[in-house]
Design a protein around this ligand. Structure first.
Ligand code: 5GP
Ligand code: 5GP
Ligand code: 5GP
Length: 235
């Protein structure tokens, strides 16, 4: 963990719909803890800068990402990452989050086929994003769990009639409105495609204050890859 306080503006609290991770051409694998519930799972809690398309936006568009980042480097990225470097001594240690492991298995399960151990997903997220959060590992993971519990996305969508289905499609604006109604704040939506190429809701980016305690309206809107109508596939 870096000694100096990391400057950033807000967190993206990112949750993934397991059905949409699993039904792409890549497929998925269930973790050692068993098939996760048909519920949004945590992907990560990511410190972010509010200025991304400002000063460097034009240069990035003109040069392309590779040339842009090789010239501008870290300053041009929209977020800090690997604040302690990508070293093993920054790895998460199980005892630091011992009392949270059962909740994390439920709320932050891995669906990657690289490893069935969700701990490896948490440890990767800690090293890449958590080390920039100015939080201790226990607070970092506890606050992510508290955010998920306080704003039950699956229930919020169901309350608006947006339920998992093999056939139904929903307008992105109805999904977005349901989240704004249910949480009081706008979120950013991220879509991917199922094996048949159909657009589906994959991730929801909620914006959170620097303490990782309260939702805020997103200061930065990611470019949406969602079609006007999206699916919420079964899991
Ligand atoms: P992707 O290319 O799949 O959108 O993102 C790949 C990785 O880049 C993510 O897993 C995450 O670690 C990082 N990333 C992508 N977008 C953002 C963002 O807006 N903020 C932060 N902090 N990280 C991001
Ligand atoms: P990654 O998985 O490499 O951390 O991030 C993937 C996404 O983040 C890419 O879609 C890219 O737009 C953006 N990104 C963030 N930082 C960099 C960087 O240093 N180089 C490149 N090429 N993309 C970056
Ligand atoms: P990011 O760089 O997008 O923050 O993190 C994604 C990395 O975590 C990828 O290397 C991916 O293989 C790994 N990972 C492990 N489990 C999961 C999962 O359930 N969902 C996603 N999106 N990535 C996962």
């Amino acid at each position: 963990v870096s000694a100096a306080a990391e400057r950033f503006d807000f967190f993206y609290f990112v949750q993934q719909w397991p059905g949409s991770y699993c039904d792409t051409w890549r497929g998925c694998c269930f973790p050692d803890s068993g098939k996760p519930a048909a519920d949004f799972g945590i992907h990560g809690l990511w410190p972010n800068y509010a200025q991304c398309h400002g000063r460097y936006g034009l240069a990035r568009a003109v040069l392309g990402d590779d040339a842009f980042f090789s010239i501008v480097g870290r300053r041009g990225r929209c977020w800090p990452q690997y604040c302690g470097g990508d070293y093993d001594d920054n790895a998460l240690r199980p005892w630091e989050i011992r009392d949270l492991i059962a909740s994390l298995e439920r709320s932050w399960p891995t669906l990657s086929c690289k490893s069935g151990r969700s701990f490896e997903f948490w440890s990767y997220e800690w090293k890449k994003h958590g080390t920039c959060s100015n939080l201790e590992p226990h607070d970092y993971f506890a606050r992510a769990l508290a955010l998920k519990a306080a704003h039950n996305l699956t229930a919020i969508l169901a309350g608006a009639g947006i339920v998992p289905s093999a056939t139904e499609t929903y307008s992105v604006s109805s999904v977005s409105d349901a989240i704004t109604q249910g949480t009081g704040f706008t979120a950013n939506l991220d879509c991917n495609r199922d094996a048949d190429g159909e657009s589906q809701l994959y991730q929801v980016f909620m914006c959170v204050d620097r303490e990782a305690k309260r939702l805020i309206d997103c200061p930065l809107h990611k470019r949406s890859k969602c079609s006007d109508q999206v699916k919420l596939p079964l899991f």
